[in-house]
Ligand binder design. Structure first.
Ligand SMILES: [Zn+2]
Ligand SMILES: [Zn+2]
Length: 223
């Protein structure tokens, strides 16, 4: 198993500028510099997610072209947390019609409209059809599909297409992780990212550290 990112890199962070994080892009970037991060991918939720929850339009996504990091040397990537929509593996990977430079592809309750029993097929089809665009599969071990996702099958297909899978720190902290699934994931995946999925500055700073303590207690070794 190879970990794709270091402790100084976080590839799954949410902002208030484009989705449901509590802090703006600029607040996140400034704080990331203060706590010693070197690279963050701000991966806000997709258009399908925003439509499902009826979010009012936020900042114009096209303005990321006009944004520069004026705070520090943190490398900032504007990504998207895309959604798997159904068992055929259709996906939504844009915000306001604009795709990102890093794609976390996840399944979320209510945005995934297929039968939960077919969620494994949904992951497999999404990877077969879109593997060239997927940078990491997000929070596969979330409790919302615990017992329904066939971890062996999803990891085998991910490995075949050289797609990394995610260990999601916020889900570990917030009681949203099925640890039997995560144990399997860590054993079987060829490539893993360890990301915060931070929605607050506290999570950006502490989620991964706290998650390591919990993983130790669960006897899951990722280093
Ligand atoms: Zn998610
Ligand atoms: Zn997320």
């Amino acid at each position: 198993m190879k970990l794709c990112n270091s402790e100084y890199e976080d590839y799954h962070v949410h902002s208030s500028t484009f989705s449901d994080g509590l802090n703006s892009v600029d607040e996140l970037v400034r704080f990331a510099g203060e706590i010693g991060l070197r690279r963050i991918a701000i991966t806000d939720h997709s258009r399908a997610f925003a439509e499902q929850f009826g979010w009012a339009p936020k900042a114009y996504r096209s303005f990321i072209q006009r944004w520069k990091n004026v705070h520090n040397d943190v490398d900032v990537i504007f990504g998207v947390e895309g959604d798997i929509l159904n068992k055929n593996g259709d996906v939504c990977i844009d915000i306001q019609g604009i795709e990102g430079n890093f794609l976390v592809l996840s399944a979320h309750d209510k945005i995934y409209r297929g039968d939960p029993q077919q969620i494994t097929d949904a992951y497999v089809r999404a990877m077969q059809r879109h593997h060239e665009m997927i940078d990491v599969i997000g929070h596969l071990c979330h409790t919302m599909y615990a017992g329904l996702v066939d971890i062996d099958t999803v990891v085998e297909v991910a490995n075949r297409y050289e797609i990394p899978l995610e260990i999601n720190a916020a889900n570990i902290l917030n009681g949203k992780t099925d640890f039997d699934s995560l144990r399997k994931l860590v054993q079987e995946a060829n490539q893993l990212y360890f990301n915060s999925d931070a929605h607050t500055l506290h999570e950006l700073k502490s989620a991964k550290l706290s998650a390591i303590t919990i993983l130790d207690r669960e006897r899951i070794r990722i280093f």
